[in-house]
Write a protein that binds this ligand. Structure first.
Ligand SMILES: Cc1cc2nc3c(=O)[nH]c(=O)nc-3n(C[C@H](O)[C@H](O)[C@H](O)COP(=O)(O)OP(=O)(O)OC[C@H]3O[C@@H](n4cnc5c(N)ncnc54)[C@H](O)[C@@H]3O)c2cc1C
Length: 463
């Protein structure tokens, strides 16, 4: 009988695992997908919210694509229980499915806000297709709604940015002393806050929401500092929780931070893997384990897990902590151990010009970095990409460290001299060149290029 792979979840970790299994086994095994939502990419939701793409462009697979990959897709069904000894998963439709290999790619969900009024209509998270649809529906009645966002993390700000593009009236409440507390240091955040206020975003940092009440069609958030905010919509963006319950209840090694996995993405149970936002995985150039709840890590995890499930053993070198974010026209990025105050630092700060860079060192290697710069600062954007590559390759600077100290804006020269691009292009995750996915929603044809720079990529993707 053919080997049976079961995948729980329909996000990027799951779809990349499926595609990798098929690349390795060419269709020999049976694959069953269990997902309560249609296969889609959460990171595409802000583009839909901003009105830049239609809803269907957030989809990453459909029935025809799954049929092509010989996947039995049970969409709209939840996995309820895993029996690791009997090797079966009980489903919400009363059925169960047997597995030889199981992947738990259940992602994470928004944390709840334990205050009165958090369950009122017009108050909730902005995390799923359904949540996004609700917010867009509300904006049909009220073209320029007032939106209060509680919490100011990376994902919250991605959604804030989309709402800013629509011209909505935005207010943020953040309990920490500054915005983006898990992405920017004090100096970077101060620049981002000045920029946001200049863009008309009302910020309330260092305070919390005590209660939310109704006032006619409006909502009123009462803050701990005694002030209040009247608004049309309240978005709760106060953090996420990994969906670990299935693993915990079946005795797999996991806690509230996530499911523990080794370098092959295997959990403590034989033939059970975990990947993506739910997995506490290897960290690049480190012995640490962490959840890096970002799309690139979910994709890598999925591909590594898929390869190992299909019998082609491969170890994951680990993921790099990175967040790159457009905050209403100001670019912000942080990498690695960006908050390590004990590390040797090279800092450039020009708050008036909205420029900030902090490079952190471990000997002659970069261990962390923070960048802030205007979206039209092309130099900064290419430097962000180069620093990412330098950190991914773990490149030692040697005497180029001194050069960078004297020429802090000239990352390009050491990048070229140290052959970082060559190292990056020679590196593959699975030891084979990556392939295009070959999925277009309902076989749609690509639209025409929006501009010349876009056309370059369209031509490349044809090859
Ligand atoms: C609005 C938004 C914007 C984002 N933007 C970015 C960005 O710009 N860059 C970036 O790097 N990252 C971004 N992220 C984060 C990124 O989307 C996640 O890191 C990524 O989706 C994680 O992939 P995953 O496959 O692990 O989990 P998910 O994408 O969350 O998929 C898990 C799926 O499993 C389903 N599921 C859970 N439990 C069960 C069960 N018991 N049975 C069946 N199905 C189940 C869930 O409903 C979900 O559909 C964004 C996230 C959000 C919400």
């Amino acid at each position: 009988m053919a080997e049976q792979h079961v995948i729980i979840g329909g996000g990027p970790a799951a779809t990349n695992a499926i595609e990798t299994i098929r690349q390795v086994d060419g269709g020999k095994s049976q694959i069953t997908l269990i997902s309560d939502e249609p296969a889609h990419s959460r990171m595409a939701l802000p583009y839909w919210l901003a009105g830049q793409i239609p809803r269907e462009h957030t989809m990453t697979a459909d029935d025809a694509y799954f049929a092509k990959l010989k996947v039995e897709a049970r969409v709209g069904v939840r996995a309820q229980k895993i029996d690791t000894k009997g090797k079966s998963v009980t489903l919400s439709d009363g059925k169960s499915v047997k597995f030889d290999n199981l992947l738990i790619a259940t992602g994470s969900r928004p944390a709840e806000l334990p205050v009165a009024g958090a369950d009122l209509p017009g108050v909730g998270p902005l995390w799923t297709i359904e949540n996004t649809q609700c917010v867009l529906d509300a904006a049909k009645e009220n073209k320029k709604p007032r939106v209060l966002m509680i919490g100011s993390g990376f994902i919250g700000f991605i959604m804030l940015n989309a709402m800013h593009k629509r011209g909505w009236q935005l207010t943020v409440v953040e309990m920490e002393k500054h915005v983006l507390p898990r992405m920017l240091d004090d100096q970077a955040a101060a620049i981002a806050e000045t920029w946001l206020r200049g863009q008309g975003v009302d910020l309330h940092c260092g305070t919390t929401v005590k209660r939310i009440t109704e006032k006619g069609k409006a909502r009123v958030a009462e803050l701990a500092d005694g002030t209040s905010v009247e608004t049309d919509l309240v978005i709760i963006a106060t953090g996420v929780k990994p969906n670990v319950e299935l693993a915990v209840e079946s005795g797999i090694d996991a806690d509230q931070n996530g499911i523990s996995v080794n370098n092959r993405l295997q959990t403590s149970a034989p033939n059970v893997y975990a990947a993506g936002d739910v997995a506490v995985g290897p960290v690049l150039h480190s012995t640490e384990r962490a959840v890096h709840a970002i799309q690139p890590t979910a994709v890598d995890h999925g591909r590594i897990a898929g390869s190992n499930m299909a019998g082609r053993q491969v170890d994951y070198p680990g993921s790099l902590s990175m967040n790159i974010l457009d905050v209403c026209g100001l670019q912000n990025a942080s990498f690695g151990d960006w908050s390590d105050t004990s590390a040797e630092a090279m800092t450039i700060s020009n708050p008036g010009g909205y420029i900030y860079r902090n490079l952190l060192w471990n000997g002659d290697k970069l261990s962390g970095a923070v960048f802030v710069g205007r979206a039209n600062d092309m130099g900064m954007l290419t430097d962000v990409g180069m620093v990412k590559g330098i950190m991914q390759t773990g490149t030692s600077f040697g005497s180029w460290k001194q050069f960078l100290q004297e020429n802090p804006f000239d990352i390009r020269r050491p990048y070229v001299a140290l052959k970082v691009a060559q190292k990056l292009t020679g590196a593959t995750l699975l030891g084979t060149p990556s392939r295009t996915r070959g999925f277009q929603y309902q076989n749609m044809k690509s639209g025409p290029a929006v501009k010349a720079s876009h056309a370059v990529f369209m031509e490349t993707s044809k090859g």
